[in-house]
Structures are given as C-alpha cells and as structure tokens.
Design a protein around this ligand. Sequence first.
Ligand code: SF4
Length: 346
Amino acid sequence: MIPQSFSAYLLAWYDAGHRDLPWRRTRDPYCIWLSEIMLQQTRVEAVIPYYERFLQTCPDVAALAAADEQTYLKLWEGLGYYSRVRNLHKAAQVICDTYGGEIPADHAALLALPGIGDYTAGAIASIAFGIPEPAVDGNVLRVVARLTGDERPIDDSKVKRDMRAQVAAVLPHDRPGAFNQAMMELGATVCIPNGAPRCGDCPVAHLCRAFHEESWPRLPVRTPKKARAVVHRTVLLPRFDGLVGLRRRPESGLLARMWELPAFEEPLEPDALRARLDELGWQVDDLRSLRPAKHVFTHIEWHMTGYYVTLRAPADGLTWVTPGQLRGEYALPSAFRAFLQVIEEA
Ligand code: SF4
C-alpha cells in the first residue's frame, strides 16, 4: 500500500518547483482536456507547439465543434493517432449539443464522452474542477509499482484497478489537481521510464520499496507483448504536371479516411509495378525508386518500398493537388513523411 505520508512529501516537492507548461497556467477544462489528449504517447516538448497552434484556430469547445475535418486533421498532422482528434471533435459536438458548450464538471459525465478514458476524466475533473478523482496512467502505475515494490504486471486490468484504488486512498481532497500533476511530474522527471530512476532526487525515496530493496531495474513488470505484424507495401508518389496524386483511405480501420499516397499492399519490383499500373490505365512516363522507409504503429509495422511515378496524363481515382496545397491543406500521416520529403527536395 502507498504510505499515507506520501502525499505530503510529494506536494511539498511539487510546490517547491516544477516545469512551467502552458496548460499548467490555466484551469480552463478545454485547455486541460486538449493537452491531456495530445500528451498521450507524445513528449511534452513535441506537444507544446501543437497545443498553441490548435488553440489559436480552435480556442474553445464551440470552435472545435464547428471546425471541419481537414482543419482539425491538419492541426493534428504529425502527432499521429488521428482517432484522438476525431474523438475530440465528436466530444466537442456532444458537449455543445448536450451541455450547452460547457464541459461537464462531473467525472462520470466526462467519462461518457468520446475518447475520454478514466485517466483523462480524472485529470480534467481534478485539475479544472477540483474533484477528488485520481488520474492514473502508465507513468503513475510505474511510480506506484516501484514505490510499493509491486511485481504484478501493471497492464493487468485487476492490478490497474487496485493501484488506482491505492492512489485514491492517499489523494488529498483539498488539492486533487495539484496531487495528480505532481504524480505526473514525478513520473516524467524523476521516476522516469527508460533507464535508471533518479532516486537521489526523489522526494519519496525514504518511503520507496524499490529504492530500499534495489528492485527498480525489474519494475514495473509488464506482460510480454506479441510481436507486431509486418506489412510490406509499395508506395507511389504520382506526379503529373507539377501536381501530386493522393487518395483517401477506407472509411474504417487504420488511419481511417486519412489522405495518403496510393499504395499496393505487397512489395513490387519495377517491372511488376509497371505491369500493375498499366492494368489500371496509368500512363507511366518514368518510374524511379525511392529510399525504402519503415513506420511503426502500435500493432503493425509498414515496411515500404517507394517509387516516384511521372505520368503523361493524370490517373483516374486520385485527387491531384499542388505541393503548396499538400503542405497547407491536406493532412497526411507521418508514415509518408520520407516520401513526401522528395517533393520538397525536388
Ligand atoms: S525512489 Fe526511485 S524508484 Fe522509488 S519512486 Fe523515487 S525515483 Fe522511483
């Protein structure tokens, strides 16, 4: 169990100084919500410019609800996990339709919104509204596992529930937001994920079992992951008269409805590719190999062979855009970054 005195030491340390982050200068629930969604799987330094740019275009819930798909996808371009911004948009519409544009000051109501899980609901409820709910993500689970010397896998739902209850039991009801932020700060700056934790700087080292027992190298424990599936793709960069050919991905599944470079879901040598493009009626003038690229998603890896395809006529079924439009208006997943770079270099 987490010792009762933990919170006082943690808060005293947090109060003595912490990182000054843009979303910590506000209690606006919209800003806190946006920052928490952006911070999932993305580093703080990378998030800051996205956060500021997003707020300039969509400064509040109503503006986000009214934004069109290309606008919010473009604002998210490069952050990845596009379902996060789609859910933000859906939730903004629900908030406008159901709550008159005010984010509900209620943990259960927050949890019911699209894309808001237990951690995010806890963060918004506690930081924006002072509601005593814990915000427990992987960082907090790591701290708890080390602090209590818990060798159970932190990705097991029963273990997560138990650790959440332990955090709730020491959460000070007068400062839940500061406590949750202090936990995040400890996990991000001291009890860090990769490599050795900085126990010498830790305000709760005297309470920590992993520190006393020197067991931190094996904590936290995780269930071994299954190997990712590898998909070999042949990605095309079609060019005609200075334009670039794009297509939309399918309505559901990975990167649903995102724009992409056309591709075949198999590796193709130049001759085989020419034959396939002939069948599709593409009038190929020139075919040039590009440097191969790899992109890793959560459960799948794309290993991509690329070709720069110069055409004598625009191929059917593609949307033809200028490089300027591509930069300014079309959001493409970062998986294609290496190939799009070729346009910039041309
Ligand atoms: S003493 Fe070390 S292992 Fe324990 S909580 Fe602090 S940083 Fe983490």
